[in-house]
Every structure is written in C-alpha cells, then in structure tokens.
Design a protein around this ligand. Structure first.
Ligand code: FAD
Length: 520
C-alpha cells in the first residue's frame, strides 16, 4: 500500500490528528507514506492572503520537511495555482503513485469545503479513500450546541458548555510515530515541485517573491514597504513548531499571570502572540488548552481544598480567548453564507446606509485620520503585519461607526495585511465591531478612540512609538479630541506638527450612527 498525508493549515508534526492517524495506519498495514503540500497563489489572491502570512508559511515548510524526515516521510511541495488544480493534481498523484488512502485535517471555509467534497467524490470513483479529521479547533464545529441542538447565538453560554464539555472529556495529544521501513517513495515530480529541504526552500522563496511582485500592483499595498513588512515579521515570528511551543511554554510560565490586566495594554507584549502560529497550524490549539489547564491544575494542588476553578482570572481569561476562536469556527460552519460577504444579522446590515467614501477609507488605511490611537494602530499593522486585539476593536469600530464605512472593506484590508489573518476570527471580529454579528457590541456602545487611548495607552507610549511626530504633545492634550483639534489648528500650540486634525468629530458621528441603527 501507499498512503498520502495532505498538509494544509496544519504545518506541524506534534499533535497533528490526521498525521498521527495516517502514520498509525501505515505502520499497521505496512504501507508506504508520503506527504504533500500545495502552494496555491491564485487561491491566495482570491482570498486576500497577506504577504507576511505567505512568507511565514514559506519559512515553515522547510522546517516541516525536516521534521517529517525524522519520521521517514518525504514532503513534496508543489505549485497548484487554484483549488481546481489541487483536485486534478491530487487525483493524478494518487493514480501515478498507486495511492489508496489520503488523509487531511478539515478546513471550514466555503471554497475549502467545496474543494474537499468534490475531491472526495472524485477519489471515491477510483476507490481511493479520503479521510478528514477535526483538528483546527479544540472542540469541532457542531459539537457544542444548545439543548435543542441548535447553534448558540451568543458567546457566554457557548463558553460555559464548551468549558464543561472539556472538563468531562479526555483530551489527548496525538503523537505521530515514525514510519517503519518506509521506502520514502518520491512522488512523481512536476516542474513546479520540490522534495528536498533545499529545493523546498528555493521554491518557497520564489513563490513569496512572485506574490510580492503581484501585491505591489495592488491598491491596498501602494503605501506599504513590503520588504520592511516581511523583515519585521521575520524578526518577530521565527518559524516552526519548536518556536511556537517554546512561546507557549514561556507565556504560561512567565506572562499568563498578568494576562487579565495587561492584555489590553498594547505597549506591553502581554498576550501570547500565538495567533500567527495557530493560523497556519504550526501549533495545536489543544496543546494550548492543555498547557493552560495544567497550570490551573498546579494552582489547584498548591491551594488544596480552597481551589475553585473559576478563581484564576488570568488563566481562565486566556482559555476563554481560545474558546472565542472555536466559537467563530462554529459560527462559520453554521452560517456558511458568511464567506459570501453576508452579515450574520442580515436585516440589520441591510438597513444601514454604509458609506463607500474612498478618501476616508484611504485615511484610515494609511493611518492619517488625525485620531492618534487609530493611526498608530494602522501604521503598526502596515509596518509589521500584526495588530493588538484592543486596537483591532478600536480601529474596526472607528471605521464602521465613526466613518460608517462598510465593515467588509475593513475586513478585507485586515486579511490583506495580518500575518495571523484567519477568515472566521477576522469576520467574527469585524461583525462584532460593526454590530452585525452574533455576540455583537450593541450598536449604541461605541468606543471613543480618545478615551480608549487614555485607558489603555495612558502614557501614550504606543501612540508615540508609531507616531513619533506626536512626541512633543503631552498626554493631557493627546487623549482629548477637542484639545488636539485646537493644538493642531492654524494658530494652535502644535500647529507646526505635520499631523492632521481628526477627520471626524466623534460625538457627532456617534449620534449619526445611532440614528442609522435605530431607523426602521
Ligand atoms: P492571546 O490574547 O494570547 O489569545 C490566545 C489566542 O486566542 C489567540 O492566539 C487567538 O487564536 C485566540 N483569540 C484571542 N482573541 C480572540 C478573538 N477575539 N477571536 C478569536 N480568537 C481569539 N484573530 C486571528 O487569529 N486572526 C484574525 O484574522 C483576527 N482578526 C480580528 C479582527 C478584528 C476586527 C478583531 C476585533 C479581532 C480579530 N482577531 C483575529 C482576534 C484577536 O485580535 C487575535 O486573535 C489576537 O489579537 C492575537 O493575539 P495573541 O495570539 O497574542 O492572543
């Protein structure tokens, strides 16, 4: 026999459900095992994948190839521009290599689901099995439902049930065993494929280079120094599962204790920064959950009978963030039309007269709105490919509420820039901010970006890092819209600073947007 492991968004060996399962079966059946990954540039373009994310994948693949080598498995990386090409190539690979079973981990987005369904049929016609495993979530879509078997519409009850289910289940790490006696069959190679670490590295580099060239013609990248963005992201996120696991351990050992209070301060690196790795599957969410619960368990032992599982706010809060990730995948699975730009609350979305003001959107995108926290956050995103969670909420609310611009524009721009861009979480975050989602922020609760700056960037450290031109302005002025307007105006104290006055008056914008949401 000859089996095939198809890697997608699960670029790791440790705790990879499909990989562990196919290794076990290959050993039982004395079968050969090969692995494949497809580079899909046309699909990335269609899905607005960011350059930093592609570069991260490209840096991860040679490391994965090495890891697989230790299990006696050869990884072949092949360019297959679109999902249609993947179906054709995979079917041909199976035929020419006598492969009788393919395994992969589930993906939940629309095109990916359609691709897999088509392939299942096609392979079945040739009596080839295509087995998919749930691996992307801690608890997979459809597994957490209300008592009458429907989807939770809000997060809190979902979380309660999710947590309870996990507490009574036996969550295991899946270990992939080396393939005994694997002849390490080389899959038939095409011109655009590679199967040695060196060749994979070269092919990946070329793919990143070509994608970068394509993006430079793209409007959303016109003001972005893509070389700088990539090098910042490389420095901040070294690739590979060992790095991701090290980060997790370090975070749990040293930083999680302050998570509940510090996680909202963007100038501190107080969050795990694991989303970048979770998104491409370089670390398993189960491992994150298990290590966090182990840390809770240690506290429980130290505290003897006095322990109440709810009393460690830091660890529990972090676990609840992992649950948000699962929640949004449940939501996407429940409402696949989200992938076609439809709002979760369709009726609310439809009645809003969203703006499509190109100039205001460009000001937001480029960090030139005159609202310091929003601009600093956008410039940080453009320079590094990452934005802190609190700032994602502030910038998304500013775009959708203060500027009343269609959330889909912002959602798309985030996908184009974020190194951790993930359809379900990004769509969920945007619709939360636009008040069109599941557990949305109520439309009347609108973040004031100046008060947000005062609460979460009190000393202005984050703002002044990304907007050095504002360094001379004291925080007593910086955090007040009225004072900033005055100080930056023609005869104001800081008139000589090259920084715009706020493009919109928050108080007025707030009234307008509330009226818009209230209308029948
Ligand atoms: P931590 O605070 O350490 O949290 C641990 C993990 O929990 C994260 O790595 C992430 O996987 C998950 N998580 C945390 N918060 C959320 C959340 N609100 N929703 C879903 N999962 C969460 N997250 C993405 O992974 N990809 C996106 O494309 C994305 N887009 C977003 C867009 C908007 C408008 C908003 C408001 C949020 C978005 N988020 C997205 C969620 C969140 O901002 C990031 O997951 C978080 O900032 C990542 O940093 P961290 O790994 O240090 O998180």
């Amino acid at each position: 026999f000859h089996y095939l492991m198809w890697f997608r968004r699960d670029l790791r060996v440790h705790d990879n459900t499909a990989l562990a399962a196919i290794c076990e079966r290959a050993n039982e059946d004395n079968a050969q095992l090969s692995a494949v990954f497809f580079l899909t540039p046309e699909q990335w373009q269609a899905h607005d994948m960011s350059l930093t994310q592609l570069d991260h994948i490209a840096r991860t693949l040679p490391i994965l190839a090495e890891k697989l080598h230790q299990l006696n498995i050869i990884l072949t990386v092949q360019v297959c521009p679109s999902f249609t090409d993947c179906i054709v190539t995979l079917s041909a690979l199976c035929e020419s290599n006598n492969i009788s079973c393919v395994m992969a981990n589930h993906e939940y987005e629309g095109n990916e689901v359609a691709r897999d369904e088509l392939l299942t049929k096609q392979l079945a016609n040739n009596e080839i099995e295509f087995i998919r495993w749930h691996d992307q979530c801690i608890l997979p879509p459809k597994s957490i439902t209300t008592n009458d078997d429907s989807m939770y519409q809000v997060f809190t009850p979902f979380y309660k049930k999710w947590r309870h289910t996990l507490e009574v289940s036996d969550i295991q790490i899946h270990t992939a065993l080396a393939i005994i006696d694997n002849k390490q069959v080389n899959l038939t190679l095409s011109e655009h494929s590679a199967n040695t670490t060196q060749d994979i590295e070269a092919l990946c580099k070329k793919t990143v280079h070509d994608y970068q060239e394509y993006l430079q013609t793209h409007e959303s990248y016109q003001n972005i120094d893509t070389d700088k963005q990539i090098s910042q992201a490389r420095l901040a996120y070294p690739a590979g599962e060992a790095e991701a696991c090290h980060r997790l351990e370090h975070f749990i050992a040293d930083d999680i204790d302050n998570y509940d209070v510090s996680r909202d301060v963007p100038s501190l690196q107080a969050t795990s920064q694991l989303s970048t790795y979770l998104t491409i599957g370089a670390i398993s969410p189960r491992l994150c959950y298990l290590q966090a619960t182990q840390a809770l368990g240690k506290l429980r032992r130290n505290d003897g009978d006095n322990f109440d599982s709810g009393d460690n706010n830091d660890i529990n809060r972090w676990i609840s963030e992992l649950a948000w990730r699962d929640f949004y995948r449940h939501v996407l699975d429940y409402k696949p039309e989200l992938i076609r730009h439809q709002a979760y609350k369709y009726e609310t979305d439809k009645k809003i007269n969203w703006s499509y003001d190109e100039d205001a959107f460009a000001a937001w995108r480029e960090g030139k709105t005159g609202v310091p926290l929003v601009d600093a956050a956008m410039r940080c995103l453009n320079a590094t490919g990452f934005m802190h969670n609190r700032l994602r909420m502030v910038t998304a609310m500013f775009l959708t509420k203060d500027l009343l611009i269609d959330w889909r524009w912002g959602e798309r721009y985030f996908m184009q820039q974020l190194i951790d861009g993930d359809f379900a979480s990004n769509n969920g975050g945007w619709q939360w901010s636009a008040s069109t989602g599941t557990d949305s922020a109520p439309y009347f609760r609108i973040m004031n970006p100046f008060s947000q700056a005062k609460s979460h960037d009190t000393e202005g450290i984050f703002i002044k890092t990304w907007l050095p031109e504002l360094k001379p302005i004291p925080t007593s002025i910086l955090h007040r819209e009225d004072k900033m307007r005055k100080a930056l105006s023609k005869n104001g104290t800081f008139a000589d600073i090259d920084y715009p006055v706020p493009i919109v008056e928050h108080k007025l914008a707030r009234q307008l947007v509330i009226a818009e949401f209230k209308k029948e």
